[in-house]
Design a protein around this ligand. Structure first.
Ligand code: PMP
Ligand code: GLU
Length: 398
């Protein structure tokens, strides 16, 4: 009967990150002692003051529908955060809160992309961008960036990819999966290209803003020549270890925010009232718990990088943010342990799962099949074990 599914759904791929994470959890449930490096979420618990706010929200009967775009005091807290931390001026009316940054992205893409429109996406890119563009009837124009340029797209590459059908650029900094961070000059160069075209917008995914090892976060929305063309996406999942709460938001020109709101009003009404109250507590406080998490992530990045450097045949950029490494493992393609020959990134992930009990995500899902993605959002002990086993397994490939 599956042929009766809409064509829209038949052509949609499953989220590879979520699928690999679930598969790993299923194997763990069967008793296999796998170190799960697929997970794209902090391994920390939500800070106590945020949990308290959620519990209070239940007791204070925050149980009714909320405004579609979220409670006004949450939108004000977000506007304050954007001013305080990013020096960006947004009115609360320009902010719409959704069920996670993924949902904000979906709202923005659905609101802007028409049948046949093109979205420029630098690769490696996060798995959901191209699928959401497809769902909206658009076409992704993938621009390959290389490890030698820190996996960042240059202004020249952007200019070359623009056609009369280009509608948007989807940018992610700090990046999932590469950990690359665009600096101010690089963003300005991209903004100067975008500013030349009335019809081209930027979706700027800044969900890993706080998880950066290179200082102050830079947003492309800071440049006045593109500010009214940027849809800024952020949320509380990563910074405050609140992935399950499902709160994300966008800040955009009013007409885009209104369109996203119309869509959300038909799709989901509003994000969870309880989670919204918790998000206010997260945004109102200083970022001390976040800073503590970032110290741990940086230590783990260094730990993983020092192991990867000891693995002949593995090439990896040093991530400047987020909590992933994206090593190039293509030098192993065609090599074998005597039984199994590694032909591609998926074979490598299956080999590591089988022989090292380490699970990662094939790079193909991120538009770069020479690599695999490993998350280091897990304990130092888990990482030590995973890296030692990975090194031992790779040495056996000849
Ligand atoms: N963007 C990127 C780059 C991500 O890695 C994630 C994590 N899933 C999201 C957006 C969505 O985050 P959430 O929906 O949990 O807010
Ligand atoms: N951002 C995470 C990841 O990339 C969560 C999974 C998802 O939302 O797709 O693994």
């Amino acid at each position: 009967m599956e042929q009766y599914l809409s064509h829209r759904l038949q052509s949609l791929s499953e989220s590879a990150t979520l699928a690999m994470n679930q598969k790993t959890k299923d194997l763990q449930a069967q008793g296999l002692d796998i170190v799960n490096l697929t997970a794209g979420e902090p391994d920390f618990f939500t800070p106590d003051h945020i949990k308290t706010a959620a519990k209070e929200a239940v007791d204070k009967n925050y149980s009714f529908y909320t405004p579609v775009d979220g409670y006004m005091d949450l939108r004000k807290a977000i506007a304050d955060k954007l001013k305080r931390e990013n020096s960006l001026d947004y009115k609360p009316e320009q902010i719409s809160v959704a069920n996670g940054a993924k949902h904000s992205l979906a709202n923005a893409i659905m609101s802007l992309v028409d049948e046949g429109d093109e979205a420029i996406i630098p690769a490696p890119y996060w798995v959901s961008y191209s699928e959401l563009v497809k769902l909206a009837g658009g076409k992704s124009v993938i621009v390959k960036t290389g490890i030698d340029n820190g996996f960042k797209m240059t202004a020249g590459q952007l200019e070359k990819a623009i056609t009369p059908k280009t509608k948007m650029l989807i940018l992610c900094s700090p990046s999932n999966p590469t950990g690359s961070v665009y600096n101010r000059e690089e963003l300005k160069a991209l903004a100067d290209v975008i500013a030349k075209y009335d019809r081209i917008f930027v979706i700027s995914d800044e969900i890993y803003e706080h998880i950066s090892y290179v200082g102050k976060h830079e947003s492309i929305a800071q440049f006045p020549n593109v500010k009214d063309k940027v849809v800024l996406i952020n949320g509380v999942s990563k910074a405050f270890a609140m992935t399950g709460y499902r709160i994300g938001y966008l800040a955009a020109p009013l007409w885009i925010t209104k369109a996203c709101s119309k869509l959300q009003g038909q799709f989901t009404s509003n994000p969870s009232s309880i989670a919204q109250r918790a998000a206010i507590a997260a945004l109102a406080q200083d970022n001390t718990p976040t800073k503590e998490m970032v110290v741990a992530f940086k230590r783990r990045r260094d730990l993983v990088m020092s192991w990867l450097k000891q693995m002949p045949g593995v090439r990896c950029n040093t991530p400047e943010g987020a909590f992933y490494v994206f090593p190039d493992i293509s030098s192993f393609f065609g090599k074998s342990n005597g039984i199994l020959t590694i032909k591609n990134d998926m074979d490598m992930c299956l080999y590591l799962l089988d022989k090292a009990l380490v699970s990662g995500v094939p790079g193909d899902a991120f538009g770069e099949p020479t690599c695999i993605r490993l998350s280091y959002a897990t304990s130092d002990a888990n990482l030590e074990k995973a890296m030692r086993c990975m090194k031992e397994a790779l040495v056996k490939l000849r």
